[in-house]
Design a protein around this ligand. Structure first.
Ligand SMILES: CCCCCCCC/C=C\CCCCCCCC(=O)SCCNC(=O)CCNC(=O)[C@H](O)C(C)(C)COP(=O)(O)OP(=O)(O)OC[C@H]1O[C@@H](n2cnc3c(N)ncnc32)[C@H](O)[C@@H]1OP(=O)(O)O
Length: 197
């Protein structure tokens, strides 16, 4: 390995990776994306224990989201748990799926915790897809405090891997899969992620 070339890790796109493309039917910039599954811990509106993250489409293949840290999210007294903050980053990155009309799941995620995040703080998140290579989607997210232009508190780089709907049908618990397949709204949401022919 030469000294002027950084080590290639699985978070570094290969040289023949391509620029991610916004799907022509992607939600308009500013549009609320909604939840991909109403029981999702990150974004599900019917999940009582969840983060209730609300993401919006940005320009290109970007999203923004806000997450308010609640007392239930503490790790140390009055401070957010790092795992909860990582979940918020992961969920924001996952919502890039809506912009590309792709279904993908987290393969690898590496987080940096830069500043402590107190309870009641609004974490201003943004995420961006940076490269695609086969089924791999390289992406990055940042969480700021004190406003959308405030100082960075957390950030993450990740590789998401494209999957088919069958991924969930094959691996999910039977009861929840049956309920999801019987819910026309859920089926519509799953279809919205898939690439149009
Ligand atoms: C009608 C009702 C149905 C319901 C519908 C529901 C709709 C849902 C819609 C939208 C969902 C969005 C959800 C977002 C939620 C937030 C994000 C999460 O929390 S996701 C959960 C956490 N993640 C997992 O649970 C993944 C668990 N892992 C796996 O299942 C597998 O390992 C998987 C799919 C990731 C890969 O397995 P392989 O067998 O399919 O593929 P291989 O061949 O191993 O990898 C393909 C390529 O990816 C690279 N890769 C795989 N894992 C990697 C890793 N960890 N890091 C880097 N690269 C990796 C490999 O090197 C390979 O690359 P090369 O094509 O050879 O260049």
């Amino acid at each position: 390995m030469s000294a002027d070339r950084p080590a290639r890790t699985s978070l570094t796109p290969p040289d023949d990776a391509v620029t991610p493309v916004r799907h022509p039917d992607a939600p308009a910039p500013g549009e609320v994306l909604g939840s991909h599954y109403d029981q999702c811990f990150g974004c599900g509106e019917k999940q009582p224990h969840g983060l209730h993250l609300e993401a919006r489409a940005g320009e290109g293949v970007t999203v923004t989201a806000e997450f308010t840290v609640k007392p239930a999210h503490q790790g140390a007294p009055g401070l957010a748990h790092g795992g909860v903050l990582t979940t918020a980053l992961d969920e924001t990155l996952g919502s890039l799926n809506w912009l590309m009309h792709v279904i993908s799941v987290t393969g690898r995620l590496e987080a940096d915790f830069v500043r402590p995040v107190p309870v009641d703080t609004v974490l201003h998140l943004d995420a961006r897809a940076t490269a695609r290579h086969g089924r791999k989607i390289y992406c990055t997210a940042t969480g700021r405090i004190g406003g959308a232009d405030g100082p960075v508190a957390v950030r993450a780089d990740a590789v998401f891997i494209e999957v088919k709907v069958e991924h969930f049908v094959d691996h999910g618990r039977e009861a929840e899969i049956q309920a999801a397949m019987a819910d026309p709204d859920q089926v519509r949401r799953a279809r919205a992620f898939e690439v149009n022919p």
